[in-house]
Ligand binder design. Structure first.
Ligand code: SF4
Length: 378
């Protein structure tokens, strides 16, 4: 069975004020150390994995900000993947990009070396909100990035947006949705702001300098996105994701269908052979481990069958179509009803789950309460 490949690029030009992802300031020396170590990590896996796990059906280069690296570096990463792994014909190959870090020549080079999907972190179309959350770009730069990506030949573009920002109004959110749709991306992700611990934005909220978006307003923004995007041809297929027909993100679907993927780079996570593991976060530690011929793993868990079943359900429920009941039975040799009958009955009675066309799925009412539903399965 072929797998997905995630590559973490742990560099950004500047840290956004809400971000707790693993990323460091871009310094050429660190970038070189990272690139050498990434190659070494690939070779390590190349020596250890069997052929089916070296067959790659999706590649997702994320971060951090992959495009804060020179395009030739990203090309080199992809070339190295091709040497160690076998990239399937027609594989979806995504790179994340920050609108402040791309231009036409760079996008042309990325497209030419094989990237066929671009995921741009736009986040907002309002200058004051972009400034509030510490983004390095304006919306006009994002718009230009989309135009240039089209010229470069990208036919599959995702735009990320965040709602529920402090001070953000419903009118601003509506305008952002319209401005984003006007760019006609194939895919739109809408994430509610998470106030992560120890970020400057969270501290500003905790210290009373900023008022968090009230829960009911955030919920109304989510519903507005569902309605407006739905009315304009974007199918809501995962809690935070919307796509035109045929443009669901195949890489992310692997996660939600609880399928195998390999993560490379500092802080990358993997799920292979019923084990989950996460790499160490620091670049020096990562480099030192791979130099010694060791996998740079910080923690690893081998899942019991019960845990695999739980994950298959709560990850699958993130998708609007839900968990395929027949596939569950085939994968585990037991029915979903047999294992989770009690939870399913209770959540169905509360109007939070329903069965439809052979799938168990969240009801409309449950969508904003998804985490509460997931908690019932672990
Ligand atoms: S660009 Fe992305 S990864 Fe980098 S700091 Fe901002 S949110 Fe975090």
């Amino acid at each position: 069975m072929s797998v997905g490949l995630y590559i973490h690029v742990p560099f950004c030009l500047r840290k956004c004020l809400y971000c707790d992802f693993t990323s460091y300031p871009r310094q050429e020396e660190q970038v070189q150390l990272y690139l050498q170590s990434l190659t070494a990590e690939m070779v390590l896996y190349g020596d250890r994995l069997d052929a089916r796990h070296k067959s790659i059906k999706t590649i997702f280069v994320g971060g951090g900000t992959p495009t804060c690296l020179r395009p030739e570096y990203l090309a080199g990463i992809l070339e190295q993947v091709g040497k160690v792994f076998s990239i399937e014909q027609g594989a979806e190959i995504t790179t994340e990009a920050n609108p402040g870090t791309v231009n036409l020549p760079a996008l042309k080079e990325l497209r030419a070396v094989g990237f066929n999907r671009l995921s741009l972190g736009v986040q907002s179309t309002h200058r004051e909100l972009l400034r509030l959350i510490g983004r390095i770009h304006t919306f006009s730069e994002a718009r230009q990035a989309v135009t240039e990506a089209r010229i470069a030949g990208f036919e599959n573009i995702n735009l990320d947006l965040i709602f529920g920002l402090p001070t953000q109004t419903a009118a601003q959110w509506r305008q952002s949705l319209h401005e984003i749709m006007a760019l006609q991306p194939e895919h739109i992700s809408c994430y509610g702001l998470q106030l992560e611990e120890n970020t400057p934005l969270t501290k500003a909220v905790e210290q009373g300098q900023l008022k968090p978006c009230p829960e009911e307003e955030e919920l109304a923004m989510y519903q507005m996105a569902r309605q407006l995007l739905g009315e304009n041809g974007y199918q809501h297929y995962e809690i935070s994701n919307f796509a035109q027909a045929g443009y669901q993100c195949r890489h992310n679907l692997l996660y939600w269908q609880n399928q195998a993927y390999l993560g490379l780079g500092p802080a990358a996570h993997s799920y292979l052979n019923q084990s989950r593991w996460g790499n160490v976060e620091g670049i020096e530690e990562y480099a030192s481990l791979v130099k010694q011929g060791q996998r740079p793993v910080a923690e690893k868990t081998t899942l019991t069958i019960k845990e695999q079943m739980e994950e298959t359900v709560f990850l699958g429920l993130r998708m609007l179509e839900g968990v395929n009941v027949e596939s569950f039975q085939q994968r585990f040799g037991k029915s979903l009803q047999e294992i989770f009958g009690k939870q399913v009955s209770s959540l169905t009675a509360k109007g939070l789950l329903e069965q439809s066309f052979g799938h168990l799925k969240l009801t409309e009412k449950a969508l904003p309460l998804a985490n509460q539903v997931f908690a019932e399965f672990v």
